[in-house]
Design a protein around this ligand. Structure first.
Ligand code: SAH
Length: 534
């Protein structure tokens, strides 16, 4: 039990959150120059910063420049030294003061406690189902958020006994072990099955199952899934596109099959409008030609002391299959197509995850047995909820938001691949669209600012309780007043940091979105302007 233990070690004010690493303009590190095919560099002469840099260069030399999403995916989750999946031997920790960034659950235990309470409130409002409840977390990091949620839920016996299974969707083997150690104990064993890895939670013996993708978790219309995603969506690979004007005498450029190492196709996808003078072009990644300078790349001054990044982002000179398909998937993107220079970021994985959450909660009405819909099912009674907390604009489409972070500093996303955390703003409206499109049984609330959410969930009152508890413990044990005073200050600092509405403050930049069973908009969830109605 750790209800009054403070995270002083990780929560110091000098640690910057993932989004707070810089208040500088987001654009400069992304050079949008047209790609010029110059295989003039001699890779045998180059010294690579990481094995992944070499592997990427060799792959690009074979296939041509790769989509930004492919680069990002390799950097984050490649088996060869991906940021989350491959840095085990170096003993690096991504999180906390000694790591690269700090996240809200690591700043204050109150964050996870209030999220736990949010799900308890939903459980109550949805008729207190006695069985079939699943807790699912995607991207659980060190497992701190789930630990705080489970510890809180334990105090609500009816709710906690309705939980059948806790699922943790985690790509990193190392982090799966860290999470198991925290939630089950260092000595607890992990067994492997077809679905994933299993252990038993130290709180009331709940089964915990780890999978490396949400698709591995069975979809059962009789379950009530409560799903949480904190700073997960910002780590999913994005595609970036820019509108270019094609001169009238120039025919639409042919598809550059070289630049499409990842292909996405869906039946009935819209074709490009051949008569339009505008085209979407994809931003692609290629090795930086030797001799390139920071000035060529437009590197921000603050990063010019670093070596020139090994990779660069350029605009594909021809159209790609992604450019023909992805920007046509939403009217929001289409509306920008006649604006030369307009930039958008599109995250197909984020839409897939949001759609998956929605069908688990609301089911689908698809009754055909086409192979693409066979994993989803009609749900007699929509149930469950998803809470997505991340950073990004509430309504606009993210553009030019890719960032690299290393040791709490903003660095080029194109340097030292695999050693730099990459993330991008989350398109909350895009998530809402994907969820609503996937299931008629859901509705979406928010996004609201994190400050609003946490304040209406009672962050201040919970902090006051923790302070009181500390004072009581001090009275009983006659511990050093100075210790207690420092802990009290830390409680104050950390919760205020989570709701800071100043420029770049976590309370404003971070947003919260909820996916709920459809109820005709009659009920607003707590934290989004509603009350608990049990
Ligand atoms: N939610 C945690 C951690 C955020 S970091 C916190 O707030 O502290 C992102 C997390 O998502 C890490 O645990 C990382 O390993 C995981 N992750 C990143 N990409 C993933 C993917 N494609 N599939 C599954 N997990 C992923």
């Amino acid at each position: 039990m750790r209800s009054n233990v403070l995270r002083t070690a990780q929560g110091g004010l000098r640690c910057l959150s993932r989004r707070q690493v810089s208040h500088k303009p987001k654009v400069a590190h992304q050079s949008c120059r047209s790609f010029i095919a110059t295989p003039s560099y001699r890779e045998e002469e180059r010294k690579w910063t990481t094995p992944l840099a070499k592997q990427l260069t060799e792959a690009i030399n074979t296939t041509g420049p790769i989509p930004l999403a492919s680069y990002m995916r390799m950097c984050l989750t490649s088996d060869t030294g991906g940021y989350y999946t491959g840095a085990i031997e170096e003993g690096r920790d991504q999180f906390g003061r000694k790591g690269d960034f700090i996240t809200s659950p690591e700043i204050s235990q109150i964050f996870g406690e209030l999220i736990g309470i949010w799900f308890i409130a939903e459980w109550m409002t949805q008729g207190r189902p006695q069985q079939g409840v699943e807790l699912i977390e995607v991207g659980p990091g060190r497992g701190t958020l789930m630990d705080d949620m489970l510890r809180t839920m334990r105090n609500f016996k009816d709710m906690s006994s309705s939980i059948e299974t806790v699922y943790m969707v985690e790509a990193s083997k190392e982090l799966r072990t860290t999470q198991k150690n925290l939630l089950c104990g260092e000595d607890a064993v992990m067994t492997e099955s077809k679905i994933g890895w299993h252990s038993t939670c130290k709180y009331s013996g709940l089964p915990i199952v780890w999978t490396d993708s949400i698709k591995a978790i069975p979809q059962d219309p009789n379950k009530t899934p409560f799903i949480v995603a904190h700073e997960f969506f910002d780590a999913l690979p994005i595609h970036a596109f820019q509108v270019v004007e094609v001169p009238p005498n120039q025919k639409p450029a042919p598809t550059d099959s070289n630049a499409t190492s990842v292909s996405i196709s869906r039946p009935g996808s819209p074709s490009t409008t051949a008569s339009s003078p505008y085209q979407w072009r994809e931003m692609v990644v290629s090795p930086t030609p030797q001799g390139t300078t920071h000035a060529d790349l437009g590197t921000p001054k603050s990063q010019q002391h670093e070596p020139v990044p090994e990779f660069q982002l350029t605009l594909s000179p021809t159209t790609t299959r992604h450019a023909q398909y992805l920007p046509e998937t939403s009217a929001r993107y289409q509306a920008l197509k006649s604006t030369p220079g307009a930039l958008i970021e599109v995250c197909p994985d984020a839409s897939l995850y949001a759609a998956d959450f929605a069908t688990r909660i609301g089911g689908t009405t698809t009754t055909t047995s086409s192979s693409s819909s066979s994993s989803s099912s009609a749900k007699p009674q929509p149930s469950g909820a998803a809470l997505i907390l991340d950073y990004g604009p509430a309504a606009t489409i993210p553009a030019n938001t890719l960032r690299g972070i290393r040791q709490h500093q903003r660095v080029s996303p194109f340097a030292s691949p695999g050693l730099v955390d990459l993330s991008a703003d989350v398109d909350f409206t895009g998530l809402a669209e994907a969820a609503l499109l996937a299931s008629p049984g859901v509705e979406v609330h928010g996004p609201v600012d994190q400050a609003y959410f946490l304040e209406t969930m009672g962050v201040r009152q919970r902090a006051e309780m923790l302070v009181k508890k500390l004072e009581q413990t001090q009275d009983q044990t006659q511990t050093q007043t100075r210790d207690t005073e420092e802990k009290k200050r830390e409680i104050e600092r950390s919760w205020k940091r989570l709701v800071d509405r100043g420029p770049g403050g976590m309370g404003k930049v971070y947003k919260v979105l909820a996916i709920l069973p459809e109820n005709g908009g009659r009920r607003r969830p707590v934290g989004f302007g509603g009350d608990v109605s049990a």
